[in-house]
Design a protein around this ligand. Structure first.
Ligand code: AMP
Length: 134
């Protein structure tokens, strides 16, 4: 049974896509800590623990995440883009990229933002636009 994130990458479940290549997929977190909170996943490997990944998949994921973070930084006003890996909920390796203005912005216990579909779509479009420029 494929994970929900594999189904998202395959287009079977909708997502707010921000970037994609042959191996990796990036989309907005549906319960964001901040506007532009993005998840980055490998498409063809579901392993639920990032440090189980083969080096090539791991390094490729990090390189893809770096490029997506550059696009987020250009699209979303923030001091920097923070990185977190939890995997407590979805058993498919993913990196969280979160626009930060303070340390507290990366506190996963805080209340998540409630954004409208239009807001999600607009944020995703602006990150996609910046990604295309890189
Ligand atoms: P964790 O596995 O602890 O890193 O948490 C999983 C993250 O995936 C949470 O931040 C969720 O809000 C997010 N998430 C779960 N389902 C979806 C979905 N269908 N679309 C976007 N984000 C999701």
């Amino acid at each position: 049974m494929p994970t929900i994130f594999t189904r998202i990458a395959n287009g079977e479940i909708p997502s707010y896509k921000v970037a994609e290549n042959e191996e990796y997929y990036a989309f907005l977190d549906i319960n964001p800590l901040a506007k532009g909170h993005t998840l980055v996943i490998p498409k063809h490997v579901e392993d639920d623990y990032i440090f189980h990944l083969d080096d090539d998949v791991y390094l490729g994921l990090c390189a893809f995440a770096k490029k997506v973070a550059q696009a987020i930084k250009a699209a979303v006003p923030c001091k920097r883009v923070g990185v977190a890996v939890l995997g407590m909920e979805v058993p498919h390796t993913h990196i969280h990229l979160v626009p930060l203005n303070s340390e507290a912005d990366l506190d996963f216990r805080k209340e998540k933002l409630a954004l409208s579909a239009d807001e999600f779509a607009a944020i995703a479009a602006s990150i996609r636009e910046e990604y295309e420029k890189l």
